[in-house]
Design a binder for this molecule. Structure first.
Ligand SMILES: *Cc1c(COP(=O)(O)O)cnc(C)c1O
Length: 377
């Protein structure tokens, strides 16, 4: 059995065809000394805002900065609460903690893996200063339902769109429905830099200005600081690379959708496998293709041994992480989140994946499920 392994992600395949362009762009940044902030960053901000259909994008150092800046700019601080989900990457909560505020976790909808709007109202208190739904795996949360509740209470909604570049909700792109949308351009995301980068979209010019000031040491004029900010700038090389890679984002998203369709067709009616559900309200971009299976850990290991590399996003919900033990959540407090975390398996997903590779992944998966010892009833 000398079949080539199927990687979970293949960044090389994305970069090889544009390698010369990327190297030339890096050369231009070196020649113009535009390393921190500057014209390449401004150009990318304009382009990404246009892609999203948003009036502003404030580029920053990474997706965690991109979540943190709008919270800071909205004045979220000590004593405040921010509602989010626990079924996410920990950064959604860290951004809240690094404002001095307290993350409040609510459960997810079992079909979309995103914030359950039915759980939102009960979690709102007089201290709630923001709500952060997470568009996980590239599928948007049910924004109309979330915004209706948030608006009734006058609470701003910040979208964690770090996995949802180009995803839509009733025709509108991620990052344009709430007051702000946070994007990560970590290399493995649907739009990835050649290192760390992030950006926050908003249609609110005052919020954009405040975020831009905060990310640059609170200065609007060099060395004159109107507020205590931070260094959360994007670097010029990342911006120049992102401008090039943005041109292929829509096409990459389309390829991911096709791969997802093929996976779901091939896995249709496979006993023991639940395939991802696409909500009727939107068009996801499949940052990840996540199935649910009973013996998840066993399958992950055996598939890996057979050269099919999968992942888990994420194995332990944030409310049960050691880092957040001080919040006092007990196992059982978010039942859907906890059940899902035990069963999710992310199959290989990247635009350059081939139908043949998908067929092999599914064949291996089905073979293992057929030989698995049935769980005693
Ligand atoms: C990647 C990611 C982040 C953080 O982005 P970084 O660029 O790694 O800081 C935040 N939230 C979600 C849902 C993510 O997937």
């Amino acid at each position: 059995m000398n079949r080539p392994a199927i990687p979970f992600l293949n960044l090389r395949a994305a970069h090889d065809p544009i390698r010369a362009e990327l190297l030339q762009a890096i050369g231009e940044v070196i020649d113009s000394n535009a390393f921190a902030g500057g014209p390449y960053v401004a150009k990318f901000e304009t382009e990404f805002a246009a892609f999203c259909g948003s009036s502003h994008c404030v580029a920053s150092g990474n997706g965690t900065d991109a979540l943190w800046l709008p919270l800071l700019a909205l004045g979220v601080g000590p004593g405040d609460e921010v509602i989010t989900v626990s079924h996410t990457f920990i950064a959604s909560a860290e951004a809240i903690s690094y404002c001095g505020a307290k993350p409040v976790f609510i459960d997810i909808d079992e079909t979309t893996f995103t914030m359950d709007p039915a759980k939102l109202e009960a979690a709102i208190t007089p201290r709630t200063k923001a709500i952060i739904p997470v568009h996980l795996y590239g599928q948007m949360a049910d924004m109309d339902a979330i915004l209706a509740i948030a608006n009734r209470h006058g609470i701003p909604v910040i979208e964690d769109a770090c996995q949802a570049h180009g995803a839509t909700y009733k025709g509108r792109k991620a990052g344009t429905l709430g007051i702000a949308g946070a994007f990560s351009f970590y290399p493995g995301k649907n739009l990835g830099a050649l290192g760390e980068a992030g950006g926050t979209t908003t249609n609110d010019p005052e919020l954009a200005r405040k975020m831009a000031t905060l990310r640059d040491h609170g200065q609007r004029t060099k060395y004159f600081h109107s507020m205590v900010g931070w260094n959360a700038r994007m670097d010029g090389i990342q911006a120049a690379a992102l401008s090039i890679k943005l041109r292929t984002l829509a096409q990459g998203n389309q390829a991911r959708r096709q791969h997802a369709r093929l996976y779901s067709e091939l896995l249709h009616c496979t006993s023991g496998v639940a395939t991802p559900q696409v909500a009727t309200y939107g068009n996801p971009v499949f940052h990840l293709y996540v199935i649910r299976v009973a013996d998840r850990d066993g399958l992950l290991k055996t598939l890996g041994e057979r050269g099919v590399h999968c992942g888990i996003h994420y194995p332990r919900p944030v409310h049960l992480q050691e880092a957040y033990a001080f919040l006092g959540y007990q196992p059982g407090s978010l039942p859907v989140t906890e059940r899902v975390a035990r069963e999710i398996l992310s199959l290989p997903m990247f635009p350059e994946l081939t139908p043949e590779q998908i067929t092999v992944v599914v064949r291996e998966l089905k073979a293992l499920l057929a030989t698995a010892t049935p769980v005693a009833a």
